[in-house]
Ligand binder design. Structure first.
Ligand code: SF4
Length: 515
């Protein structure tokens, strides 16, 4: 029997390539709507091809980093598909699990959960997976250690019942590239391991300690930098030191992906146009060299995130977006998609909670920065998915009205807008754990406006640029049908109805979430 000491894995909602379309990954954050769960799963989270040992051809980037760190340190460690974990359990020393949203407490899962009253797919999928792992541990290998980490590691701290029930030994929160090696050593030597590891500034890996992935990542995602200088008070990224990967490291990961058949990808950073920057002034030369390099390997690619102020300022000062569009958009790529934070349309709240978000423009200009950046992006065929946050501390009904007005102003520009309820992360973590926000009629009006905007542009994006080609036809038909339904609801529903529904759901949900 083949033996692996450290099994690195996750549930199916993560161990999938979402049919090569990252956007479909959002469907895993929602319960099935208007179609059976199996069909919803089939569209959003199909199985990935694996080799004879159950090693997936593509795996989430974070898991690949852990695999690389442990292999570089000489450990027997591999990413294994969840369907094959059982084969390795009896001989393994530990199962290392990563996730973006274990219990659907992140956005947009929690919003879908509250709005529909049904558990999102990612939560159901993970709970069923971890239940199985715990069962294997109990039955076949009681000495097995279960370690959980990744961007959603914090969720375990708020789920002590699950921590006990699923026999989790250690939670690792923060950048684990370095500490995972010490932890694996302790496990291998049979030493006692800590229950909780928070990676503080002293344990954050330097650039040369961040390993190069050994196997292909889901949809060719690769990191280009870590950290962000803008310091929004609700964001956990603010804790990270800024580190730019040198091009040689980026190229090494591009080669890993392309040599495994990956043809396109995602550049991951919290603000891609700040790659190589000093402060918030973009470094045009570094960006052009980066994009030329990526285009040599990937036929098409997207950015994970970009800040609207960087985009607008870069264009005004250096014609940055125009220059990058010239490098990126060609016969293989018609558009560029990415996520961005709008958060609020209120100047008052922007000044209070995210004064650096608009830099170098003053926070008082924030709504104008958003509108001008969206206009520019629309013209250049860049498609932002912008988040807005409901229930920020100190928010007043007037702040919400300002956000509604901003969303109305954005209507002419091709984009998606995603509402999120405030979750206390970053320096606002001390605000206490999530309480269902006191929904107001203004929140309900905002949700309706957002639904209208996003349904309108989703149909346009899916049919015109996103899902071209015969192989996407069945998924495309189902999605357009679903969105048309949402659009009809958004046109007909009254804010009072939304308010009534959410209040009923949140009342029940508060009980479920603390279980
Ligand atoms: S701009 Fe984005 S990544 Fe940077 S601190 Fe603000 S929310 Fe976080």
């Amino acid at each position: 029997m083949r033996k692996v000491d450290f099994i690195i894995t996750t549930d199916r909602s993560m161990m999938t390539n979402h049919r090569g379309k990252e956007f479909l990954g959002f469907m895993t954050t929602s319960p099935p709507i208007g179609m059976p769960e199996n069909l919803w799963r089939w569209i959003a989270a199909p199985k990935v091809p694996v080799d004879e040992w159950g090693r997936p051809r593509q795996a989430p980037y974070g898991l690949r980093k852990i695999e690389a760190a442990l292999q570089d340190a000489g450990f027997s460690a591999e990413v294994i598909d969840p369907d094959y974990v059982k084969k390795y359990i009896t001989a393994a020393k530990a199962v290392l699990i990563g996730h973006h949203d274990y219990f659907a407490l992140n956005s947009p899962s929690i919003e879908y959960w509250m709005l529909t009253g049904k558990e999102p797919l990612n939560r159901k999928s993970f709970l069923s997976f971890i239940e199985t792992v715990a069962y294997y541990k109990r039955k076949y290998n009681p000495k097995l250690k279960i370690v959980v980490g990744g961007p959603a590691a914090w969720q375990w701290l708020y789920s002590p019942t699950y921590l006990e029930k699923f026999m989790v030994d250690t939670i690792v929160e923060g950048e684990a590239d370095r500490v995972i090696v010490d932890l694996a050593r302790a496990i291998a030597e049979g030493r006692k391991t800590p229950r909780y590891i928070l990676v503080g500034p002293r344990d954050v890996p330097g650039l040369d300690e961040i390993p190069v992935i050994k196997g292909a990542s889901v949809n060719g995602l690769i990191e280009i930098m870590r950290g962000c200088p803008r310091g929004c008070s609700f964001c956990s990224v603010t804790y990270k030191a800024i580190r730019y990967y040198p091009l040689s490291k980026i190229e090494a990961e591009l080669k890993v992906n392309t040599s495994n058949g990956v043809k396109g990808g995602v550049l991951h950073s919290d603000d891609v146009p700040l790659y190589g920057a000093r402060g918030v002034t973009p470094n045009v030369d570094a960006l052009e060299r980066l994009h030329r390099l990526v285009k040599r390997y990937y036929r098409d690619f997207t950015w994970s995130h970009a800040a609207l102020a960087t985009i607008l300022y870069g264009e005004e000062r250096f014609k940055l977006l125009s220059r990058l569009a010239d490098l990126i958009l060609d016969e293989n790529q018609e558009y560029m998609g990415f996520q961005t934070g709008i958060e609020t349309g209120s100047k008052r709240l922007a000044r209070r909670i995210m004064p650096g978000k608009s830099a170098p423009y003053p926070p008082e200009d924030w709504p104008e920065v958003v509108v001008e950046a969206f206009k520019l992006l629309h013209e250049k065929l860049f498609i932002p998915a912008g988040t807005i946050i409901l229930g920020l501390p100190g928010e007043t009904p007037d702040d919400v009205v300002k956000t509604i007005e901003l969303v109305e102003e954005l209507r002419p520009y091709r984009s998606l807008i995603v509402p999120m309820f405030f979750v206390p992360l970053g320096s606002l973590r001390g605000e206490g754990w999530f309480k269902p926000i006191k929904m107001t009629i203004e929140h309900a009006e905002l949700l309706r406006e957002v639904m209208r905007h996003t349904a309108y542009w989703s149909k346009d994006i899916i049919s015109r640029v996103y899902m071209k080609g015969i192989k996407y036809t069945p998924a495309k038909i189902l999605l357009i049908r679903f969105i048309s339904r949402v659009e009809k609801i958004a046109e007909a529903i009254k804010p009072e109805d939304i308010l009534y529904h959410v209040e009923n759901v949140t009342g029940r949900q508060a009980i479920t979430m603390t279980a």
